[in-house]
Write a protein that binds this ligand. Structure first.
Ligand code: THU
Length: 159
């Protein structure tokens, strides 16, 4: 039997070690947690997405009494970017979260639905989206969305 190996290299660093533009994106994601509407989970997520031309779009999770109607921070930011600059590839997304008012020690990673949504942009623009995941104990730097969603369904088999 043959084996398929999937490698993922995640870098781990402090806020101070990031470049100015990456640190600024992470700080924006942290700030965006304060705009979250999360009366049900009390889990406030912020996201900031940077496009190839340097524009930054922001999002936070928006919950609803009908739970599935709510939307994650990542898709809120990504759809805002895509609606405003549909032809400009996203190149980096930063995510931060507070649980009951305290930033998480360990990075929070995007849910499967957000990974799939962001994968669409990577596929469409042939451009990886770096992922910066904030935790108070350090930041994960993930090279692409595809690396977080191996064996992806990217629509290439659709007729
Ligand atoms: N949430 C996000 O916004 N992004 C994530 O990466 C994980 C989860 C939100 C959805 C919901 O409002 C709350 O966090 C609890 O799941």
């Amino acid at each position: 039997m043959k084996e398929l190996h999937i490698d993922l290299k995640i870098e781990f660093c402090s806020l101070e070690e990031l470049s100015d533009s990456d640190r600024s994106l992470v700080e924006t994601a942290c700030t965006m947690t304060t705009t979250s509407y999360a009366p049900y989970s009390h889990f406030q997520v912020g996201a900031a997405i940077r496009l190839k031309d340097g524009q930054v779009f922001r999002g936070s999770n928006q919950e609803n009494a009908v739970f599935p109607v709510g939307l994650c921070a990542e898709r809120t930011a990504f759809f805002a970017a895509s609606a405003s600059a549909p032809q400009t590839p996203p190149v980096c997304i930063a995510i931060a979260a507070q649980s009951k008012g305290v930033f998480t020690a360990h990075p929070v990673t995007p849910c499967g639905a957000c990974r799939q949504a962001l994968l669409e942009a990577e596929t469409r623009f042939h451009q990886p989206i770096r992922v910066l995941l904030y935790g108070t104990e350090g930041i994960y730097i993930v090279p692409s969305i595809k690396s977080l969603l191996p064996l992806t369904f990217d629509g290439s088999e659709l007729a």
